[in-house]
Design a binder for this molecule. Structure first.
Ligand code: FAD
Length: 524
């Protein structure tokens, strides 16, 4: 980390040193690009934000090398009734969602964590990745672009008379909800119309707590509230601001204590860490790319935090953008592959924003009669979490780099534990591969030209079986193949399925991939 300005020429300039900008820089740096991150503030953001993270995001962090040393930052969801509960005005259970299950990405479905800890690790990882530099205290002001590069002007945050100019092949605006990059490009923002102020309180329990869940949504119209296990040794309460309380009153420490008291959380039983009032909204950028400039993270989408997905979506953006830029930068594919970044990500995240807004509408109901009707309707649903699963993650938006018309294509690929010789671990750690061609049984044989091309883009070819040379230790792959009626899948660097088939479909799958990536000299 440095306060000096970035070099005048880099491959990619990332505006915003939040988690999404930092992860994007790490991934691009690992692929060999020269990357500078510029962050407006000298210190990391101190207030409470993300506290739960899902399995897919952890697989992305695994790919960036973070999980090998920092898995202890994350505390898997646990507790009764699947971990995630909606409770009605009378405190009775309305809906239970199974957040406690192991999930397809090889990590626990949902995990509590402390965002500043993750940001510290990501900043350290960025600063130590060859080719990446992080420059705090620099503010984006404007950018122009031509056929070959972008030219971006920055000013020193502490002294706006000090300016610096950076030329870069690519520019990523990961500069948060009020993105200056997005405004500068004139990109319009869609709005769900949902808006609610909530007080967010982070604390450390000083006594052993007796929570029986991981997340509880208290849908009480007198005072909607959320309780969350927010990572090892931490808890969080969130309280909706009612119309008879001003934002200023809501932000007082005394208000936080008064609202937590009914749960026995008092200065004698807890140490208050931080509290802040936020306005929760559901918004999205209408366009994610203008020429050589891309948006990622909160700059591209905002959602109320009731499903714990805002940061997860941003980490997906980072991975989806980084693999494309890496391949284009190394001239392994044509730049047209960048066109699909926005549509794929926007379609996916819009479904999640809609789900988060829908959850918000359930939780934020202040009218007692409507709340009673909601409770009665939800009581008709089964509350057994094995019956009410978390909805599957959405498919990638359209058009996507996937085989058209195949259902698992565009959905998450599995990661299971495998054993190779004396080593047992998650597939990405043991076998790896940006593009993974995984077959049931023996390893498929590719013709030499296809094998060379596939290895060149970071592909690996693996046969998994119960007791073969790559053993499917927990049967994850066998079950996945059975469920989808196939023997082979080809997955992408962001862990979405490109396509599936049987053993004889392998040459065709690879040909389809070459065509979809618009490989120079191949596929078409
Ligand atoms: C109360 C709350 C609870 C949440 N809970 C969850 C949760 O449980 N799970 C989850 O997944 N998500 C959650 N989120 C969402 C999550 O915190 C955000 O999605 C995430 O922090 C976005 O990361 P980002 O890097 O895109 O943006 P940010 O973290 O906002 O980073 C953007 C950075 O850009 C910098 N910047 C801005 N303008 C400029 C400029 N002009 N020049 C230079 N730098 C600039 C900013 O200083 C900032 O550091 C929650 C959010 C809130 C508010």
């Amino acid at each position: 980390m440095t306060v000096s300005p970035p070099r005048a020429d880099v491959d990619c300039l990332v505006v915003g040193g939040g988690p999404v900008g930092l992860l994007t820089a790490v991934l691009l740096g690992q692929a060999g690009l020269q990357v500078a991150v510029v962050e407006r503030w000298p210190q990391r953001y101190p207030l409470p934000r993300a506290c739960t993270i899902d399995h897919e995001a952890l697989r992305i962090l695994q790919a960036a090398g973070i999980m090998a040393e920092h898995a202890d930052l994350f505390e898997p969801s646990r507790g009764e009734r699947g971990g995630y509960q909606f409770r009605g005005a009378d405190g009775e259970l309305l809906r239970a969602i199974d957040w406690n299950r192991p999930a397809e990405s090889g990590w626990a479905n949902t995990n509590g964590f402390h965002q500043p800890d993750l940001e510290a690790v990501l900043e350290q990882a960025a600063a130590s990745t060859p080719g990446v530099s992080v420059h705090r205290g620099w503010t984006f002001t404007d950018t122009t672009q031509d056929e070959s590069c972008t030219t971006t002007r920055l000013t020193a945050t502490g002294d706006p008379s000090v300016a610096s100019t950076v030329r870069s092949r690519w520019l990523v605006g990961a500069d948060g909800a009020n993105s200056a990059v997005r405004s500068h490009l004139g990109i319009e923002v869609g709005d769900s119309g949902f808006e609610a102020d909530w007080l967010v309180v982070d604390y450390r329990p000083l006594v052993e707590d007796t929570w029986d869940a991981f997340v509880v949504q208290y849908c009480d119209p007198r005072q909607p509230a959320t309780a969350v296990r927010s990572g090892p040794g931490r808890r969080r309460f969130e309280f909706m601001r009612r119309a008879d309380v001003t934002p200023e009153e809501m932000g007082r420490e005394a208000t936080a204590w008064a609202l937590m008291a009914p749960w026995g959380v008092t200065p004698q039983t807890a140490e208050l860490e931080r509290h802040a009032v936020y306005t929760f909204r559901g918004r999205w950028a209408q366009v994610w790319r203008v020429g050589r400039t891309f948006l990622a993270g909160d700059a591209a989408h905002l959602m109320p935090p009731f499903l714990g997905q805002g940061l997860c979506a941003g980490l997906r953006d980072a991975r989806a953008l980084a693999w494309r830029l890496s391949l284009v930068h190394r001239r392994l594919v044509e730049a047209a592959v960048l066109d699909s970044y926005g549509p794929e990500r926007a379609g996916h995240v819009r479904e999640i924003i809609d789900g988060a807004v829908e959850a918000g509408q359930i939780i934020c109901e202040l009218d007692p009669a409507r709340a009673a009707a909601r409770d009665a309707e939800m009581r008709r649903e089964p509350t057994d979490p094995s019956a009410v699963k978390e909805p599957p993650h959405p498919r990638l938006g359209h058009p996507s780099i996937t085989v058209p018309g195949q259902d698992p294509a565009g959905r998450l690929a599995p990661q299971g534990r495998v054993r190779v010789g004396s080593k047992t671990g998650l597939f990405d750690d043991v076998r790896g591969g940006d593009w993974q061609l995984v077959a049931r049984g023996g390893t498929p044989t590719l013709d030499e030209e296809a094998a060379t091309w596939f290895a060149g883009i970071g592909g690996t070819v693996t046969g998994v079986s119960p007791a073969g040379s790559v053993a499917d230790v927990d049967g994850v792959y066998q079950r996945w193949f059975d469920a989808h009626g196939c023997d082979v899948f080809l997955s992408r660097p962001d862990f979405y399925v490109f396509g599936i088939g049987c053993a004889t479909d392998v040459p065709a799958l690879l040909a389809q991939l070459r065509a979809a990536l618009d490989t120079p000299g191949g596929g078409r």
